[in-house]
Design a protein around this ligand. Structure first.
Ligand SMILES: O=C(O)CCC(=O)C(=O)O
Length: 261
């Protein structure tokens, strides 16, 4: 039941997908030397938050970034929670998280459900409308994008559908690092599951980003944490810890949902 996770806590070059794709390729090659099962990248790793230029620089359906990740996943036999990529769809530009398995197959696309007004997302992006559930290595997981973590009911919904680990990809600013850590630790404790959260480092013209990617166990303990520089974080997790914690404090049998609405 052990799963070896790699978090690629990278900087992103503002509005330069080509350069960012070259970096992601290098990081996958580097990470593959440590043989992780799954590697995770941050939010909008191909374009960064260059929202006003997305029409020009984002791919139609994310094709170039997705194709690159598919080739690399297959070549290095690694599952990829491919952060999110900006992509032009018929009904607008979306911020879409992609999951690719180690055979190079695209198994999940989840577009950010909650758009973050403080960073003008609502002016440039269209929200998603599907869930973040997916299965890798026969384990049920779920994925979320940045601001989504402020909506506990959204994450709980995925846990109630079976997710044992919650992946989060983000461009979370340093100004609210304390929120990032507190919210993610709380989500792990209240849902009694793993949280695997990848945040970028560096800055763009509007924000400085916090790093501090985290892996938190179902008891709420931080078992791996990045600093504020580029870093590859490697950590094995044992998914049977989820059941042990749920046996010890059985919140999922003690819930009284009939009183919650
Ligand atoms: O909720 C926050 O404070 C940060 C959210 C964010 O940066 C985002 O969703 O891109």
């Amino acid at each position: 039941m052990d799963v070896k996770i790699a978090i690629a806590q990278i900087d992103i070059t503002f509005g330069n997908p080509q350069k960012n794709r070259e970096k992601v390729q290098k990081w996958i090659e580097m990470a593959s030397l440590k043989s992780p099962d799954i590697i995770v990248f941050p939010e909008l790793w191909d374009t960064g938050y260059d929202l006003s230029r997305l029409e020009e620089i984002a791919d139609s359906n994310g094709a170039s970034s997705i194709k690159l990740l598919q080739q690399l996943a297959k070549k290095h036999k690694i599952h990829i929670v491919g952060g999110s990529v900006a992509n032009i769809q018929e009904n607008g530009i979306k911020n879409t998280l992609i999951v690719i398995n180690d055979e190079g197959k695209l198994i999940k696309e989840y577009s950010k459900l909650h758009l973050f007004q403080l960073m003008n997302e609502h002016k440039y992006l269209a929200p998603g409308n599907n869930d973040g559930l997916f299965t890798l290595m026969d384990f049920p997981f779920a994925a979320f994008i940045c601001y989504d973590i402020r909506f506990p009911e959204w994450m709980r919904k995925h846990v109630l559908k079976g997710a044992k680990a919650l992946f989060v990809v983000a461009e979370w600013p340093s100004a609210r690092l304390d929120h990032w850590r507190s919210i993610l630790i709380t989500r792990a404790i209240e849902n009694q599951c793993f949280v695997i959260a990848c945040n970028r480092v560096g800055s763009d013209p509007n924000n400085e980003f916090a790093g501090h990617s985290l892996i938190i166990n179902p008891w709420g303990e931080v078992i791996a944490e990045g600093k504020d520089e580029e870093e590859l974080i490697i950590q094995e997790i044992n998914l049977s810890d989820v059941e042990s914690v749920r046996k010890r404090i059985p919140i999922f049998t003690d819930r009284r949902p009939e009183y919650y609405n």
